[in-house]
Design a protein. Structure first.
Length: 332
């Protein structure tokens, strides 16, 4: 493993257990029962920030954009749909822009691997390491250099946001066929438990995928090898971002199965990130449900959407705001 990455992982601190415990204790002792969801968030905030009366959180939503499996058989639009969505966000006209604005969160779009190019502008950075990942069934999704370049871009963005004073970040993604990558990554990491989850359908197909992973000699005990072989540059960048955010004591709200796949990779590299991860939505999509079970997390609202560019993360950020308000009102 790269020595810089090793140092980042080693530097991820434990949260302030005493502050978290005191927060839970005092909220539970109030004469008027508080909302259990907000108590959960309040304890997490206290542990991460080390205070029972935090200021209003400075928040951002970071959308990692890349197309997936561009040389596979399902690539009909050649990235045009992704480009259209990215341009809407870049112009400030995306749904995510409007919702994020309502909770006081900025939106940052990172082009890590869109098949079609977009221009840099305010709130848009082009950090492209490849024009979409390769179809994993034909060979590695990325080279090691592409994977590490994407990871280090994510690390640098995380560090930059921390330097700018951000304390809570929501993850989002944009790109075609990303859910397939999320499924493959999840299956690789949760291989020993995959059959325990009744939400996953098509057992015969699943066995075929597992056999294919074996034939590719993917080392499932090596998180970076799994990421290189069956991942994508946006997930690699998210992984680096999560590690940097945890290192700098930032709260991380993850969204759907694609962002959840990055959480799984980062967690395999550094289990301490669990203390910094905050759930948002519960998606009907079975891969996301599998991830939530593995992570031991319970979402606080449900949605039928499968991909939503970080919309669930925004709602998670709003719950953090509500928890901060409760802490400052009740823990004076």
């Amino acid at each position: 493993m790269d020595t810089v990455l090793e140092q980042v992982i080693a530097d991820v601190p434990s949260i302030d257990i005493d502050a978290a415990g005191e927060c839970y204790k005092r909220l539970a002792s109030l004469p008027v029962r508080q909302d259990g969801r907000l108590m959960y968030f309040a304890g997490r905030i206290a542990g991460v920030l080390g205070t029972l009366q935090p200021d209003i959180l400075k928040k951002a939503v970071v959308i990692f954009a890349a197309d997936h499996a561009v040389d596979g058989g399902e690539n009909q639009t050649k990235g045009e749909r992704s480009r259209e969505q990215a341009l809407q966000i870049a112009a400030g006209r995306g749904h995510i822009n409007k919702v994020a604005h309502q909770v006081g969160a900025g939106v940052l779009l990172l082009d890590m691997g869109l098949e079609q190019d977009i221009a840099e502008s305010t709130g848009v950075q082009v950090l492209k390491v490849m024009k979409g990942s390769h179809f994993w069934a034909k060979g590695p999704a990325m080279t090691e250099d592409e994977m590490m370049d994407a990871m280090f871009s994510g690390l640098q963005i995380g560090e930059s946001l921390a330097d700018e004073g951000y304390q809570a970040v929501g993850l989002g993604n944009l790109g075609e066929r990303a859910l397939l990558t999320a499924f493959i990554l999840t299956a690789a990491f949760l291989r020993s438990r995959i059959h325990e989850m009744p939400a996953i359908k098509g057992r015969e197909r699943l066995e075929q995928i597992m056999a294919r992973l074996d034939s590719l000699h993917v080392h499932t005990d090596d998180p970076l090898d799994v990421l290189r072989c069956v991942g994508a540059p946006d997930i690699a960048a998210m992984t680096g971002f999560i590690l940097a955010a945890a290192r700098r004591r930032m709260l991380i709200v993850f969204d759907n199965a694609v962002t959840g796949a990055a959480v799984l990779v980062a967690r395999a590299l550094c289990p301490r990130i669990d203390d910094y991860i905050v759930p948002s939505a519960k998606y009907a999509e079975p891969v996301h449900q599998l991830q939530m079970n593995m992570l031991g997390l319970k979402a606080f609202f449900e949605t039928t959407a499968d991909v939503d560019q970080g919309m669930g993360s925004v709602i998670g950020l709003s719950l953090l705001d509500a928890a901060v308000d409760m802490m400052n009102r009740e823990l004076k």
